[in-house]
Each structure stands twice: as C-alpha cells, then as structure tokens.
Design a binder for this molecule. Structure first.
Ligand code: SAM
Length: 212
C-alpha cells in the first residue's frame, strides 16, 4: 500500500480510546476488556477498517479486534469510529508478528487476512501473513473450532498460501479462485476497500478458509 504520512496520526492513535495501548498486558483478558464472554475475531492488516466495521455492526454478539501497523492508515478507521462508534470493536497499532504476546492460547475464534501484502521476493517470504511462521502463531491463539479466512487478488500469494497451509498440516474448509462467481463461498461476503478496487478492475478474488 502506498503510504502517505499523516501529520499527528501517531499522537491521535496513542490518545484514542478505541486503540488498546500496551496490548500485551491484555493477553488472556480480552473478554474482560470487552465486558462480555462473546467470541473474539481478529483482522490482521485491517487498513482503513471498512470490512471490520461492517462486520461489527452486523454482529453485535461478536467482539472484533483490528490490527494495523501504520498509524497513518489506522487513523482513517478512528475517524469513522468517531461518527459511528461500535462497542464491540477495538484496534491495535502493532505489527502482527507479536500476536502470541497479545492473545492467550485459544483466545481467538477467527482470524481474517484480507489483501495481505504479497512480499514477492523469496527472501521476504517469512513476512507473508500466510507463511508457516504466521500459521504457527495463528494455531497458538485460535480456539479448538477457530479458523483463518484469507482473501486476495494475488494468485502467486494464494498459491503460496495453499502450499503453506498443506505443509503445516492445516485443513482446507473452503477454496475458490473466483469468489464473486462462487455463490456458496460468496454468501454474506463483506467487501474490503482493496477488494472493491481490484474487482472493479476485473481481477478475480481468491479466498480460502483454513482450520489448524
Ligand atoms: N485489509 C485491507 C483491505 O483489504 O482493504 C487493507 C489491505 S492493505 C494491502 C494491507 C494492510 O495490512 C496495510 O495497511 C498494512 O499496513 C497492513 N499490514 C501488513 N502487514 C502487517 C503486519 N505484519 N501487522 C499489521 N499490519 C500489517
């Protein structure tokens, strides 16, 4: 993503009540923080947050945690929360590489990855959010019935993800190479900002659902 530095974004994120500061102190405590026992679903790389805000509005019985590493991107979601606050949604401004320090084992019910950065160079493969390194982080924090949902328009990243999932011994519960033409996989689909942009250009959208 082309990143425009937004003046004051860091300060706004650090002062926002929608952003959990020092989130490693909440490991094992997320339900207390939300004030209920509802399941916790996470989106990693949430960007400007439209996907997660739509889900949070549709599903008040689920708690959502959005992770975005750049304050200049996250601030767009904070601005939307100012006009449309949602009590079942919190944000973290962190790199997801420390996921296991933020959530206790089995604390999350679902992880969404939408249009994750492809990191095309082989030497950066470990940074891909569907790499074996990330899958082992997800396995630790997901509960017994938890799963990962991944969408992308990048075929090479999708193929890499399928290989990585198989090598890690995960089970594929759903897979399509053209989400918008697959009525079963597309049922209830919530479009992300990138999904709208890429599908408007005619790119097929790939999706998989994987269980650890
Ligand atoms: N999910 C959004 C969508 O579909 O419109 C945004 C997609 S954008 C290509 C990827 C986003 O993931 C960027 O905002 C980037 O900063 C964030 N991101 C990538 N790697 C991350 C990581 N390791 N931890 C947290 N955020 C990450």
């Amino acid at each position: 993503m082309r990143l425009r530095n937004i003046k004051g974004a860091g300060e706004a994120v650090a002062a926002s009540t929608y952003v959990v500061q020092e989130p490693e102190q909440q490991a094992g405590n997320w339900n207390t923080l939300f004030g209920n026992t509802n399941p916790i679903h996470i989106e990693i790389g949430m960007g400007k947050g439209r996907f997660l805000m739509t889900l949070a509005r549709q599903n008040p019985g689920i708690n959502y945690v959005g992770i975005e590493r750049y304050s200049s991107v996250l601030i767009r979601a904070l601005q939307k929360m100012e006009t449309d606050p949602l009590s079942n949604l919190l944000f973290l401004c962190i790199d997801a590489g420390c996921l296991e320090q933020i959530f206790a084992p089995g604390e999350a019910g679902r992880i969404y990855l939408n249009f994750s950065d492809p990191w095309p160079k082989d030497r950066h493969a470990r940074r891909r959010l569907t790499s074996p390194e990330y899958l082992s982080r997800y396995r630790k924090v997901l509960d017994g019935s938890g799963h990962v949902e991944f969408k992308t328009d990048n075929e090479a990243l999708f193929d890499f993800s399928l290989e990585s999932i198989e090598a890690a011994g995960w089970k594929l519960a759903g897979c399509t190479r053209n989400l918008h033409l697959d009525p079963e996989m597309n049922a209830g689909n919530v479009m992300t900002e990138y999904e709208e942009k890429f599908s408007a250009k005619g790119n097929p959208i790939y999706k998989l659902i994987a269980l650890p």
